[in-house]
Ligand binder design. Structure first.
Ligand SMILES: N[C@@H](CCC(=O)N[C@@H](CS)C(=O)NCC(=O)O)C(=O)O
Length: 254
């Protein structure tokens, strides 16, 4: 049972974003009762900046963003730690696991940034993915003519996060290296710290999602699934994707 709270927390996120997924997963395993709200890049930028106005200089306003009685928590790891306090205290940050956790958090964050650059590049090249990314409220007759809005959204994110969509080989190589290192670490067992699910497993699994989304994502958006899929990496590291699927089946109910 989640601990009682006077105000129900609200999580703002992007449902397909791996960063949002880290926060949701941590809130869910902790059985925190929260409301979810979908952020719209570009359009939601100003309110997002306002809610995260206490962030450090130079840090972009981003989701996931958790608003609760203690204030705003604007970073996925901060939210996961908060989830441990708000909820049942699952134990995502085991004592003695700090060094391993810091190492994988850093590697997974770098992998996510490389993956984001590739997704943005692929999105700008795919008319269909741009159409699929428009909000469902846009009527079908208008979707094709409005795909430029989605393309502007992708370029906006590239500028905001400093993604370099021209260094395609470098991004791909970095992702291959991340998967090789992860496969090596997982050869000892399914968990990176002790023999149980921790935040280190979560950050790596969501980084893997950014190279090949789990089955429940983009089910009816084949072009979007395509821009998020790195075929060569999926072929080179089937064990890593099989691990992600096992983790999701056992610990995410998906
Ligand atoms: N430090 C943040 C980074 C999150 C992040 O990069 N979020 C991006 C995901 S693409 C985002 O908010 N994009 C939407 C926007 O900037 O409007 C965390 O780990 O939570």
């Amino acid at each position: 049972m989640a601990k009682a709270s006077t105000k129900r927390p609200t999580l703002w996120g992007l449902h397909y974003s791996p960063w949002t997924e880290k926060a949701r997963w941590a809130l869910d395993v902790n059985e925190v009762d929260y409301r979810y709200r979908e952020h719209l890049p570009m359009i939601g930028e100003l309110p997002l900046r306002w809610h995260t106005r206490s962030r450090d200089k130079g840090v972009p306003a981003s989701v996931p963003l958790l608003l609760d009685e203690a204030g705003s928590h604007g970073d996925s790891e901060q939210i996961a730690r908060r989830a441990e306090l708000l909820g049942k205290g699952f134990g995502l940050f085991p004592e003695g696991g700090d060094a391993t956790l810091a190492e994988w958090t850093e590697r997974a964050q770098a992998a996510l940034e490389h993956a984001r650059a590739l997704v943005i590049h692929a999105t700008t090249q795919s008319d269909l993915a741009q159409i699929e990314s428009l909000p469902p409220a846009v009527p079908s007759l208008m979707r094709r003519s409005m795909r430029g809005v989605a393309r502007r959204g992708a370029r906006f994110l590239a500028r905001k996060y400093g993604a370099d969509p021209s260094a395609l080989d470098e991004h791909e190589r970095a992702l291959q290296e991340f998967c090789s290192a992860l496969a090596k670490a997982l050869a000892r067992g399914d968990h990176l710290i002790e023999d149980r699910l921790s935040y280190a497993d979560m950050v790596c699994a969501v980084a893997v999602n950014a190279m090949n989304p789990p089955a429940h994502l983009f089910r009816h958006k084949p072009a979007t699934r395509g821009v998020w899929t790195r075929e060569a990496i999926v072929e080179a590291h089937p064990e890593v994707f099989a691990w992600r699927d096992r983790l999701y089946a056992r610990h995410r109910g998906l």
